[in-house]
Write a protein that binds this ligand. Structure first.
Ligand code: NAD
Length: 484
């Protein structure tokens, strides 16, 4: 039987691309192909941009409150289709169904936050900047924006940007990850139901050629990207060359420090989730565990015991503890890092390599894996593994933890468990990553705060969601006026 075909959504119509390159989408739990997607061409991108440009003419004149009302309806459509979206997400991405539900909830929270545009998008005025002369800064939408998304959060990540872009009066083109195009297809079916004016939102599928067509298109004003650091750097540079606004969020290597005075008695399960949630495929996953001093031995015992209890399996089955990795290629990459850690001399205390799930012989499973006695210069302590692999770097002092954080190539997030206000203050004051947790695992900022790291984890000035995002999607036109 032919696999279902994922289509583009252009100018309010579902369309098949004429492209010749076809990608297959597999269920990561079974390895079975479940859908196929044709990679779009330059003509598809041109068509989407034309539709979005045409729609912009009326959409920018639509009052912000009317635009926000579309978001209220979008929220309702998402709530009605909540479970179906979550199930589609687990089916193509592999994460456990509760993680998918949490992700869809976070997506909806962005829609909710963006409905505040009538306040959040306001400009400002000052009378009499010189006698009889008034000045105002008016926030104006700019035209067509585009989003390029990664595979690990197929529902939420595009919605860190899209609702803010359109409620500000811009029109939009989304390119989901070619590995997981089904979730946004479900989501765009909801948008179609809501009946946004044609061309306000568009979706094209594909891989790097489509990305390049977007980056080089003269009629796209700005790009929001989330993905790996090498691609983020590339996107940032190429958008600079073509004069586009850009926000490009990249990879991570997050450190979780544990001070000897940390109150962890009931916190071990949430600490474990920080590392193994979404099978470690999160830019906010804990990656390095850094216990300080005498806390290490007892912590390692409890942490390893809790991690070894995680039931790995098909994310569709309720109460599975951890799903597969998203693709066979990525599973092999993660296994390669485990081999590397052994070769580098780290102590493998929990080995997830031979992870068999009964009834799922072809699934892309890797079990929870923990390396102890990792040193900061090992490859496994430096590169982003993006899987259920924890590197334990034992530290002597808080200063060691801070140095460990600040010498990673990435600066996305870090956190510290401690009962000392002084230690907490020093940590949050001195670490370079711009998302910090205190006595909380690597926790994601909610939609009303900005999301994004520093250093090699983020290129550009304005982060995802939060209040500042309205600056990214608008130009502040300054009008200085005098009337005689
Ligand atoms: P990726 O960089 O491989 O792909 C991301 C997007 O870029 C996809 O849509 C893909 O089609 C496109 N792309 C890939 N290679 C390209 C190229 N050479 N030229 C042009 N476009 C290209 O990332 P991924 O593997 O899908 O996602 C995982 C990565 O995303 C991890 O590094 C993770 O840390 C990162 N991530 C970061 C955040 C954050 O907030 N910083 C959030 C989620 C994921």
């Amino acid at each position: 039987m032919a696999l279902p075909l994922i289509k583009n959504y252009i100018n309010g119509e579902w369309e098949e691309s004429n492209g010749t390159e076809i990608g297959k989408i597999a269920n990561p739990a079974t390895g079975e192909n479940i859908a196929q997607v044709v990679y779009s061409t330059q003509e598809d991108v041109d068509k989407a941009v034309q539709a979005a440009q045409k729609a912009f003419v009326q959409w920018r004149k639509t009052p912000p409150l009317t635009r926000a009302r579309y978001l209220f309806r979008i929220k309702d459509a998402f709530e009605e289709n909540f479970e179906e979206i979550a199930q589609t997400l687990t089916l193509e991405q592999g994460k456990i169904i509760d993680e998918s539900r949490a992700e869809v909830r976070r997506m909806i929270e962005n829609v909710e936050h963006a409905t505040g545009a009538t306040t959040l998008m306001c400009g400002y005025t000052l009378e009499d900047i010189a006698t009889g002369i008034d000045c105002s800064g008016q926030r104006q939408p700019m035209g067509v924006f585009a989003g390029i998304a990664p595979y690990n959060f197929p529902a939420m990540v595009p919605w860190w940007f899209l609702p803010y872009a359109i409620v500000s009066g811009n029109t939009y083109i989304l390119k989901p990850s070619e590995q997981v195009p089904m979730t946004q297809t479900k989501i765009f079916e909801c948008l179609d139901e809501v009946g946004l004016p044609e061309g306000v939102v568009n979706m094209v599928h594909g891989s790097k050629d489509v990305v390049n067509a977007i980056l080089d298109h003269p009629d796209i004003q700005g790009v929001s990207f989330v993905g790996s650091t090498p691609t983020a750097k590339y996107i940032y540079k190429r958008c600079g060359d073509t004069g586009k606004r850009v926000q490009a969020l990249g990879g991570a290597k997050n450190v979780v420090g544990i001070m000897p005075d940390a109150k962890l008695d009931s916190g071990i399960p949430s600490l474990v989730t920080s590392f193994f949630g979404c099978s470690g495929q999160r830019c906010l996953a804990g990656s390095i565990l850094a216990p300080v001093g005498e806390v290490a031995d007892g912590l390692m015992e409890k942490f390893t015991a809790e991690a070894s209890k995680i039931a790995v399996g098909d994310g569709m089955i309720e109460f599975t503890g951890m799903g597969p990795l998203a693709s066979g290629a990525h599973r092999d990459r993660v296994l390669g890092y485990i081999e590397k850690g052994i070769e580098e001399g780290a102590t493998l205390v929990l080995d997830g390599r031979d992870c068999k799930v009964e009834g799922y012989p072809e699934g892309y499973f890797v079990g929870p894996t923990i390396f102890d006695n990792v040193t900061p210069d090992m490859v496994i302590a430096k590169e982003e593994i993006f899987g259920p692999v924890v590197c334990v770097v034992r530290c002597k002092t808080l200063e060691d933890v801070i140095e460990l954080v600040n010498t990673r190539d990435f600066a996305n997030a870090a956190c510290l468990y401690t009962d000392s206000g002084n230690a907490a203050r020093k940590f949050k004051y001195e670490v370079l990553p711009s998302m910090v947790g205190i006595n909380i695992g690597i926790a994601a900022p909610m939609s009303f705060f900005p999301f994004g790291g520093a250093g090699n984890s983020m290129f550009g000035d304005v982060k995802g969601h939060g209040q500042e995002i309205f600056q990214f999607f608008t130009d502040t036109k300054v009008v200085i006026e005098r009337w005689f």
